[in-house]
Design a protein around this ligand. Sequence first.
Ligand code: EPU
Length: 443
Amino acid sequence: MTDDVLIVHGGTPLEGEIRVRGAKNLVPKAMVAALLGHEPSRLRNVPDIRDVKVVRGLLQLHGVTVRVGEEEGELVLDPTSVERANVADIDAHAGSSRIPILFCGPLLHRLGHAFIPGLGGCDIGGRPVDFHFDVLRQFGAVIEKHPQGTELSAPQRLRGCKIELPYPSVGATEQVLLTAVLAEGVTELRNAAIEPEIVDLICVLQKMGAIISMGTDRTILITGVDRLGGYNHRALPDRLEAASWACAALATHGDIYVRGARQLEMMTFLNTFRKVGGAFAVDDEGIRFWHPGGELKAIALETDVHPGFQTDWQQPLVVALTQASGLSIVHETVYESRLGFTSALNQMGAHIQLYRECLGGTPCRFGRRNFLHSAVVSGPSKLQGAELVIPDLRGGFSYLIAALAAQGTSRVHGIALINRGYENFMDKLRALGAQIELPEPAA
Ligand code: EPU
């Protein structure tokens, strides 16, 4: 398909300004939260990305009216007439995203029943959902798995419970929050994820009338209430997209002002960016990222749950590290297969060697399990244009960065995947001076 290929002529520094809007990893979840209310909700700063479209479609199937509000990027979600959806219609969304699993709690509260299609999402590891189903069972849900999807029911009102997650999973924490707010009694969640997007979801739920307190040591306490209203919320900015543009500035010797980027959620990234030799300046409206000239420095990096270095920042940063002098070490501890994208970078001229051992300071869950989850990046390398096939969302954007930093022309296949999380990325690239084109349609 020609419209799924982008031709990238590399070697031009990216310069100019782009804007990031609400976070991909918050917005679809806040849309699901609207299902819990008995009044309309208004979500602002919503980006035009595929995950939003998928959730919008699923909400509409369940009787939620979703319309565009008066403000640019505003959605108004009215859940007053929630109803069961046709299984075949839900199933049409199979494989499109991971968000449908978060419909479980809200639908069980509203209808006593939920059907969840097969999930999608990026292929960056096994991506099981065992934690999700385990916690739902603890609330009292009955779960039946079928070949085409999963059916859940709540024979009686779900009850609050004590939960300890085996790992601070973002999705499982959201599952608990979206279920506990209307469950009977108190839920205590230990070993919770505390990513900024989770805190923003808690803010959304609090606006709706939920009672949620965050304790020290990854504990969240939720006191169930009988009824929730709507919310009016401006989604926090997408710190993952902002960091991707920062890495693009560094790798291409460029200078990008990311309007909408916020320091608060990016502190860990900013420290690392500075250690590598990148420059940045924060103001009230955004953050300017640029390559200040001179050599970039090799670093040792370990991804982790928040407040550690976010795994989604790893792939774009690795492209920048191919331009740093010396040996960088990268230990990926969140997803076991998130370094697979580096083989294409090697084809472009990078020198990246993968290891099964934990090369960081902390042994992780993948250390003795045969996963190539550590990397040594030796630089600087001159990258050459290549034929690239996008493997996953962040890896895909990283290939675009590599192609833009490389000499010569690359053909990047599978760019539709990037629309899942990067709003209008082609317009933004053009605005920054990138030399990109779509192939001529076949006659
Ligand atoms: N895990 C399990 N069982 C589960 C759930 C998770 O073993 O039931 C494991 C995963 O396999 C993984 C680890 O726990 O090794 C962390 O997974 P988590 O549940 O935290 O991830 P997620 O909720 O599926 C979200 C983001 C990801 C982001 C991670 C980590 C969304 C839609 N996705 O995924 O974002 O990397 O949290 O912060 O919010 C992306 O934006 O490109 C992306 C992949």
